[in-house]
Structures are given as C-alpha cells and as structure tokens.
Ligand binder design. Structure first.
Ligand SMILES: *Cc1c(COP(=O)(O)O)cnc(C)c1O
Length: 404
C-alpha cells in the first residue's frame, strides 16, 4: 500500500527526544532563537511560537478585539476544524466562494461576501498556492478592516519576492505533524502589529512550559508511523477507508489528534526540531518541486492539478487534483490496487455547507471532486512509478466503464 502521507522518522529527532529532559533549562532561549530565525526568514518583526495554528488564530482574533456578533469573512473551502473554534468565540462566519481551478478565494468572491458588518477577512493560501493577496489586501484596506493570512500550507511560498504571511495584519502558521515545519505540534503567530504582538506575548507568557506533551506526541506518532509502514497497513486501510467507514474513521482520528494537541507554551524540544527544519525548508521545497513536476507531467488527463502559480511562487503541501468522475468509486478501486487516496473532508472541507450556507456552489463542487494523491517528500522513485502506472490503469478502466 502506498499511504496517503508519511511522518518522517528522523534519527536527529530521536536524539533531540533523548536530550530534551536535560535541556529543559535552555527552553526559553531555544524558543527565542527559533522565533528570531522565523521572523527573519518570513520578514515579520514579531513571530510568536504558540501551541498550534488554531491557537495562533484564536490569539489573533482576540488581539484584534473581535468579539461575539462580529462578522468575519472566511474561505468557503478550508480546514473545517477552524469553524467550531471561531464559532466558539461567537463570531458570525461568512464564507467567500472559491475559484474552480485554484480552490482559493478570489478578490471578487471576498468583495461579495463583505458587508458593512464585516470586521475582518481571513484568507488561506490553500495547499501552498498563493491567493490573490494583493487584490484582497486592497479590499481590506478600503474597508478599513484587518486581513488575516492562514499560512498553514504556505511556508516557502512568495508573492513578488515577499514571503506569504507578511502581507496581512497577522498570519498563522502551523507546526503540526503533516506540515512543512513540523515540530510535533505548535504554531506561529506572525505580525507587524506591535500592539497585537504584545497582547499575544502576554497571553502566552501566562502559560506553563512543559517539555513532555510534544515528546509524548512524537512517541505516539512514531508508533502510528511504524504501523503505517508495516505490511498490516494495506488490509487495515482497505477496512478503515471503505465507503461505509471512512467518514467516521476520519472523525475518530481527528478526535484522537485533538487529545494530544498541546495547550502549553511552546517547548524547547519543539523549538530545536523547528529550527532544524527551518534551516532545511528551501531544500525540502526544491525536492518537492522536482518530485511534483515529474509527477504532474505524466499524470492521466482525467486528473487535473490545482492551479497554483497565478499570483506567485507556490509552496508544496499536498498534491490535490480534480477528478470529474465519481471520487468515491475511484478511491475504492485505488485502495484495492494499493493506493491510499484522500477525498472529501480528508482533503479540506466545504465550510459553506458546514455553515448551512447554500451560496458557495463552487466550493461544493471542488469538495465533491478533490482527490489527494500520495505524493510526499520521501516517496521512493519505485513507489512513484507504481502509483502512476496504477492510476493510469484505474482511469483507463473508468473511461471504459463510461464508454460501456
Ligand atoms: C493545519 C491547518 C491549520 C492549523 O492547524 P493546527 O493543527 O491548529 O496547527 C490551519 N489552517 C489550515 C488550512 C490547516 O490545514
């Protein structure tokens, strides 16, 4: 089975794990060093390491003074788990529809979603593809409201030579396991707003710092990963991702992940992992760029890759394609052929539908047709060839079915 994603098992992480209990006294200095390097790399004066990407978003929302009843425009197609989190603060969320090809919000759709009650705009650079950040920033400035950038997928992406995350009033980054700068959880609040930064710092300073939660998460994730790499994973995936069970398994898995999500201050262990990955970010980008271009060039025509370069240089997160046939049946046949594809909420969610808003038809359409391909850093060349050959065979099968 070619799994959908892979958690890197790096010896250097293991060494940090062993050393961590002895270096607890250095934690504050290591976190400060990471924040400084992150700020330099992403051209923001304030980078604050926090518990998770969503924690950064919460601190931004609070720091901007958004409170119950305020209206915030959000992307119709993004991580669904952000919704309850924002709704928990009493905000009224208004989805802006997305573009069919880039899956991102557009300046037009954002303008249409704005009203006199709008207090902030949240955009995401989805799957590393820059959205029209310059056009959307102009709208926010015209309305005199802050723009928040969700850069969870975007480290390494640029617009006009400037890293994403430095355009809006504030940005959130994620250091979660499946993200580019993973530190077994954590997030960054990046901003050039001194007041917002001071407020977030004060909130974070009140939290206790603990080394163990991220270390425990690494231990659990490594066990999970050994399972994914074992021969048992194939039959297990066929069972768990079958049509009947996939949705409930996805929810269960997210719940389990939420249990190991830290609410403590960012730890020294995490800071050292994140610094090492920050130093190698550009190498990783280059590797993925190569892997993607080799893959995309020979992908079956029925799989249309997300449009990524319209507004700048993209970063590499997940390779998502659009398949205009039945994605559930494609996924089932792929599983039988030993390929683990992601569909539906496993890719991203139709947040407009989750909010009960029927006015974002493109988001619904993208949601119904998006397919996540298992193309990740470390995918062996032999597996890549196998993946492409099997996809070819599957899609010829489906063309034949349609013809028959
Ligand atoms: C991962 C992610 C986040 C932040 O996630 P955390 O798990 O809270 O670190 C935010 N937005 C999107 C689109 C994401 O994929």
């Amino acid at each position: 089975m070619i799994p959908r994603r892979r958690i890197p098992l790096e010896f250097a992480d293991f060494l940090e794990w062993i050393r961590a209990p002895f270096l607890a006294a250095r934690a504050a200095a290591d976190v400060a060093a990471f924040e400084r390097e992150f700020g330099e790399r992403f051209q923001v004066p304030h980078a604050i390491a926090v518990a998770s990407g969503r924690d950064a978003l919460g601190l931004i929302v609070d720091g901007l003074g958004l409170t119950a009843g305020d209206e915030v425009v959000i992307p119709a197609y993004t991580l669904g788990e952000l919704l309850p989190f924002l709704q928990g603060r009493g905000l009224t969320l208004v989805p802006a529809d997305v573009d069919r090809d880039s899956f991102n919000v557009t300046a037009d759709s954002v303008r249409r979603a704005c009203s006199p009650r709008t207090r902030a705009i949240l955009v995401v650079h989805l799957l590393g593809a820059p959205c029209d950040i310059v056009g959307i920033l102009a709208i926010a400035e015209q309305l005199g409201i802050p723009l928040i950038e969700d850069c969870a997928h975007a480290p390494g992406a640029e617009v006009a030579g400037r890293p994403l995350g430095s355009f809006g009033r504030a940005a959130l980054f994620s250091l979660e396991v499946n993200k580019a700068l993973m530190a077994f959880g954590g997030g960054i609040l990046a901003t050039h707003d001194d007041t917002l930064a001071a407020q977030a710092r004060a909130a974070v300073a009140r939290r206790p710092r603990r080394e163990w939660p991220a270390m425990k998460k690494m231990a659990l994730k490594w066990i999970e990963e050994l399972g994914v790499r074992s021969p048992l994973y194939g039959p297990l995936a066929r069972y768990l991702f079958s049509d009947r069970r996939a949705g409930s398994f996805d929810r269960l898995y997210r719940k389990a992940n939420n249990r190991v999500r830290s609410h403590f201050a960012f730890s020294g262990f995490q800071a050292r992992l994140a610094r090492r990955r920050l130093a190698r970010l550009d190498d990783r980008q280059a590797r993925l760029s190569e892997l993607w271009s080799q893959t995309v060039a020979v992908l079956p025509a029925a799989l249309r890759v997300q449009r990524r370069q319209q507004f700048g240089t993209p970063a590499f997160y997940n390779l998502v394609v659009r398949f205009d046939g039945d994605v559930r049946s494609l996924r089932q046949r792929a599983l039988a052929a030993g390929i683990d594809l992601g569909i539906g909420d496993e890719v991203m969610s139709d947040c407009a539908a989750l909010l009960g808003r029927p006015d974002c038809p493109v988001s619904a359409d993208v949601f119904a047709h998006a397919v996540l391909l298992p193309v990740y850093d470390g995918l062996p060349e032999s597996a890549r060839r196998r993946l492409l050959a099997r996809l070819d065979a599957l899609l010829q099968g489906s063309a034949a079915e349609v013809a028959a």
